[in-house]
Design a binder for this molecule. Structure first.
Ligand SMILES: [Zn+2]
Length: 97
């Protein structure tokens, strides 16, 4: 059995929706399968993120702060990308000459 082939099985396991026999099978597979361990931890992260969004206790300032940082990082990345493009164009020009 390889739960990774059926992601709904891992999310059902995470939600405690599996019977003891199925849950046991998933657990023993998780101990030997790194891919499924990673799948499970990303499912956990998604679940926590969703809970965070639904949680009114999460301050709006914190959400704004995260968005600011994410946007700042994106424009930083875009600047770097544009700089790289420019220098690549310079290299191409130098090679053609
Ligand atoms: Zn697996």
């Amino acid at each position: 059995m390889h739960p990774q082939q059926d992601p709904s099985l891992l999310s059902a396991y995470l939600d405690g929706e599996l019977g003891p026999e199925e849950a046991g099978q998933v657990e023993s597979h998780l101990q030997s399968c790194h891919a499924c361990q990673q799948e499970l931890s990303s499912l956990k992260a998604i679940q926590q993120a969703i809970q965070g969004v639904n949680n009114p206790a999460m301050p709006a300032e914190l959400v704004a702060e995260i968005e600011r940082h994410t946007l700042a990082r994106q424009s930083w990345w875009r600047r770097l990308y544009q700089r790289l493009q420019k220098s690549f164009r310079g290299i191409v020009r130098a090679v053609k000459r």
